[in-house]
Design a protein around this ligand. Sequence first.
Ligand code: BJW
Length: 240
Amino acid sequence: MDVVRRAEVITVFTGAGMSAESGVATFRDVETGLWERFDPTQIATPQAWASDPGLVWAWYQWRARVVHAAAPNPGHNALAHLERTHSVLIATQNVDDLHERAGSSTVSHLHGSLFAPRCSNCGRPYHGVDAQPEHAVHELRVEPPACPTCLSPIRPGVVWFGEGLPDDAWRSAESAFTFADVVLVVGTSGGVYPAAALPERAAARGIPVIEFNPEPSALSAMASHSIRTPAGISLPALVD
Ligand code: BJW
């Protein structure tokens, strides 16, 4: 694709569909999405954490084990390969580490990480969680560990609805979307803000936006071009 080949700086905006072919469930896909089986208000909000921390902790530990057992797919690998010829920044909404494991060097995690738990009170990072995937089953409740410093419960390092995005990730993403020659939007329904505003603003400034998603999304209307095949097929074709 010429617009990509000619670009010096490529900013990539990824969502759950990026990791779908690695066996990591999306949120909103019909039948397979996490929100088909779990109510987001009961699990991905500060209120859910306050009312049932054991349920929330167990759910995120289960998801961390699923990701730990998964591997990057050809789409992740293709984006890592793109760094050989271009300056690439990935702004991901995903809380997995599959971009990093594929070899991408600059990844901003707009919605946090499954692998960065922290104290719910003093905010110190917690390094004691064992993410080994012996049993990828979902235990209903697991008591969160206690912070070694202040004894408050350790919380998942993800961004729940109603919470602000991490400042450093947001700032580097904003700059990457400002200075991009082209933006690739991969595997997102594009309806969660403020993250979805980043490609919208880039399009409004005249930066070409290419979407990679088998289905139309909330961002399709402002994309210059949409490629309707799975990312594990369309992204490798881009770097070949
Ligand atoms: C494939 C594929 C394949 C499948 N290849 N593609 C403005 C308007 C309206 C509402 C708001 C607004 N501003 C803020 C809000 C409220 C809210 C929000 O956006 N709500 C909307 C849902 C209506 N936003 C927030 O609450 C945010 N915080 C905030 O605004 O705080 C204000 C504040 C400021 C300062 C101080 C304090 C507060 C936070 C949002 C956090 C979102 N968190 C989650 C959970 C993270 C943790 C976890 O993982 O559990 O993030 S929700 C969930 O949605 C997750 C995702 O990152 C995010 C986006 O989902 P994504 O990635 O798009 O996945 P899907 O499943 O929706 O789509 C998958 C796509 O893949 C589909 O299109 C498929 O077709 C495609 N696909 N296979 C390519 N093989």
